[in-house]
Design a protein around this ligand. Structure first.
Ligand SMILES: [Ca+2]
Ligand SMILES: [Ca+2]
Length: 300
């Protein structure tokens, strides 16, 4: 039964025989068919006495060393029952294999779902401590960073590391068929936003003056992108209304104040604010934009 348990992977289970020293010349019925260790309890048999043991008593101890079972098995015992009891006493531990499995699952499935390239981000694996690969492409918002860090700590605590790796630079994270996928092209995907996506505050539109390919794939042999010849890829265009610089859906004096702040250098506009503040679309912010903005507010 002991060897069956070990064969099943329960190698935490230990079996030890304690015989009275006077019987040590007849222990071959214990040891002839197995590797079990047998200790000799010397007269006056303190171990036997302390444990209240009789001949052919079976004790089962849990992982804390507490006795949970004590029966005389002279008339046999149910090895199923005893096996199950022993198995139930084994504390839950996470094996290195289980850590690896969990680690892989945290970089797959729901964690890699995407609609556009910009849903995805390339992250480093932990193969520097022998866990996982070099890189993964995952959904940026779903990535369970804390859970993964805990797993890496457990991995290190359990001394699971058996190898380490060297890695090349981080790849580009591409959304391919709804799954974040690593593309070993070092530059950004030049495809339009219908493939790559836009940041918040922008929408993807086709601008006549810009020809952006609708689809590109990374040729990992050349490390370069190859794109379709069309111009239907789309460009990210601010959804913010021209003049509504603070994006509160109204164009009023508050926007003028903000624009003047930008012109005086008291405030730094972000890209979207710059777009909506450059009323005459000449690429710079100055008094002409103020005049135009005031004109819009006055209804001119
Ligand atoms: Ca406004
Ligand atoms: Ca301007």
């Amino acid at each position: 039964m002991y060897e069956d348990l070990v064969d099943q992977g329960y190698n935490q289970v230990q079996l030890v025989g304690i015989g009275k020293s006077q019987h040590m010349n007849s222990i071959n019925n214990w040891t002839s068919n197995s590797n079990v260790g047998v200790c000799a309890d010397q007269s006056p048999y303190m171990t036997w006495n302390n444990w209240g043991a009789a001949q052919r008593d079976l004790f089962i101890l849990d992982s804390q060393g507490d006795i949970v079972y004590h029966e005389n098995i002279t008339n046999g015992f149910s090895s199923n029952e005893v096996s199950n009891l022993v198995i139930s006493l084994i504390p839950e531990t996470t094996t290195c294999d289980e850590i690896e499995e969990l680690y892989d699952s945290l970089h797959a499935g729901e964690y890699t779902n995407c609609e556009f390239d910009n849903d995805c981000v390339a992250v480093w694996g932990h193969c520097d401590v022998g866990l996982g690969g070099c890189h993964y492409s995952v959904n940026e918002e779903e990535y369970p960073q804390d859970e993964i860090n805990n797993l890496v700590n457990t991995w290190n605590d359990e001394e699971c590391m058996t190898w380490v790796c060297d890695c090349s630079a981080e790849p580009y994270a591409q959304c391919l068929d709804g799954t974040c996928t690593s593309a070993y092209c070092m530059s950004e995907n030049p495809a339009g936003c219908f493939q790559t996506g836009c940041d918040e505050g922008y929408e993807c539109v086709i601008l006549e003056e810009e020809c952006v390919p609708s689809s590109c794939f990374c040729d990992e042999f050349y490390g370069d992108w190859f794109c379709t010849e069309d111009c239907g890829g789309g460009t990210c265009y601010s959804t913010q209304v021209l003049g509504d610089i603070n994006n509160d859906t109204q164009i009023n004096v508050l926007d003028v104040v903000l624009l003047v702040g930008f012109i005086l250098g008291n405030e730094i506009p972000d890209d979207i604010q710059y777009f909506s503040a450059d009323i005459n679309s000449d690429g710079s912010l100055n008094v002409l934009d103020v005049v135009s903005l005031v004109g819009i507010i006055l209804g001119n």
